[in-house]
Design a protein around this ligand. Structure first.
Ligand code: AMP
Ligand code: GLY
Length: 431
């Protein structure tokens, strides 16, 4: 098959690296890709949001299957356009991508189908939103309804902070159109986990769970990012909790979306808060997480491509996936300044030596390019995802940081404590 992966981050590198190993995949393209992806796929300079450009390329190359990485093209209706053109693809339709495209839509779906999530209200008027905050008190969470590049959520520890962000969103347009409507939601206390399931419209197959580290600095301090590191499995997600999540959150969502005439196909990514009352949904994403995808695919033993195609074809229930028992951990190396402003084009060297040729280490590229002389340059905020697999999380952490320390990139930084929660748990169990 000729396969096209859409996107150009660490998630898409992990997807390309995995799909390139599938015996079903004879030719792999990635649009737009990056310097690391270029080792596994032929990169074509078409932006992930350029729906017309992607369609033209798919036609020209007679692509058999398209795997859509990021949310933006899904929300723009790429899968609908491909389907209309007779091309099979992995990902939800525009109508089903509303689960990520509108937080209000998801909260209403949860309310209608009894899916556990924090109490909430939707607002298009600042005054009404402020009254609600004053009534509920802090802590409280204010969210832009639409896609806001990961910046639309404020966990307000004080009422004043919540009131200020309402003004910023509604009077000053801080989140653009995405913030014209706000969802205000009860603060949930607990440990977070990222839960993934493949879905074929009817049936959901759980994937390995993972945990992410959203804050930029050690000790979970500083502003939110796209994710500074991840590991899988997530010790908090016990088999009982996985079953509870499937029964109370994932399956009712899949059934609800079907009942609403928006059947969901693709990968459903539930951001969960594990509270004293059990798992609660924080939000849905309609794509793999980044960097969660890197650790999940590092642990996948089965061929990914037929499983993705089974989602498109509605035959996932006859599938099972096999996983390596070992733990995987990714440390993200980012450009100094991220998630604020940062410099692009700084030189990175020593990657081949750092990576070595062990199957247990993989450096995924999240934002890199090569200059005319073939020199590797940073080309984004999150730049590399150093990933290791090992018998337990503590050892995966050790191996990943050993590789990180060999990467020569003075303008890069990373958190030094990725996996701390799981490592602490492992140490407690061992003692
Ligand atoms: P998001 O960008 O939607 O993933 O949200 C960013 C982060 O905000 C989440 O990973 C949580 O840490 C936090 N968050 C979102 N909603 C809530 C909530 N209701 N209670 C507590 N924390 C939340
Ligand atoms: N790492 C979280 C996300 O992909 O949204």
């Amino acid at each position: 098959m000729k396969v096209l992966v859409v996107g150009g981050g660490g998630r898409e590198h992990a997807l390309c690296w995995t799909l390139a190993a599938s015996p079903l995949c004879h030719k792999l393209f990635c649009a737009p890709g990056n310097a690391g992806i270029a080792e596994d796929a032929e990169c074509v300079p078409i932006a992930a949001e350029d729906i017309d450009g992607l369609l033209a390329f798919v036609n020209e190359e007679a692509i058999d299957y398209v795997v859509v990485g990021p949310e933006a093209p899904l929300v723009l209706g790429l899968v609908d356009r491909l389907t209309a053109a007779g091309v099979k693809s992995f990902g939800p339709t525009q109508a089903a991508a509303e689960l990520e495209g509108s937080k209000g839509f998801t909260k209403d779906l949860c309310a209608k189908y009894g899916i556990p999530t924090g109490a909430y209200a939707r607002f298009t008027e600042a005054e009404a939103a402020k009254d609600y905050v004053r009534e509920q008190g802090a802590p409280i969470v204010v969210k832009a309804d639409g896609l806001a590049a990961g910046k639309g959520v404020t966990v307000a520890m004080t009422e004043d902070e919540a009131l200020a962000v309402i003004d910023a969103a509604m009077a000053e347009g801080a989140f653009g159109d995405a913030g014209a409507e706000l969802v205000i939601e009860a603060y949930l206390d607990g440990e977070e986990a990222s839960f993934f399931a493949l879905v074929d419209g009817d049936f959901a197959l759980p994937l390995a769970a993972a945990q992410d580290h959203k804050q930029v600095f050690d000790g979970d301090k500083g502003p939110n990012t796209g994710g500074m590191g991840a590991y899988s499995p997530a010790p908090v997600m016990t088999p009982a909790l996985i079953e509870e999540t499937m029964a109370r959150i994932i399956r009712p969502t899949v059934a609800g979306m079907k009942a609403e005439g928006r059947p969901f196909k693709g990968v459903l990514f539930a951001g969960l808060m594990i509270t004293a009352e059990g798992p609660q949904l924080i939000e849905y994403n309609v794509r793999f997480g980044d960097p969660e995808c890197q650790v999940i695919l590092m642990r996948l033993m089965s061929d990914l491509l037929p499983a993705l195609i089974a989602c498109s074809d509605g035959v996932l229930s006859s599938f099972d996936l096999r996983w390596y028992e070992e733990a995987a951990l990714t440390v993200v190396m980012a450009a100094e300044g991220y998630p604020g402003s940062y410099q692009k084009g700084t030189a990175i060297s020593g990657l081949e030596t750092a990576e070595g040729n062990s199957d247990d280490i993989k450096i995924f590229h999240a934002g890199t390019k090569r200059d005319a002389d073939g020199k590797l340059l940073a080309n984004g905020g999150r730049v590399l995802g150093v990933t290791a697999i090992a018998p337990d999380i503590a050892e995966a952490q050790d191996r990943a940081y050993t590789v990180v320390d060999k990467v020569d990139w003075p303008q890069g930084f990373c958190r030094r404590d990725i996996g701390w929660r799981a490592v602490a748990r492992e140490q407690k169990t061992a003692s």
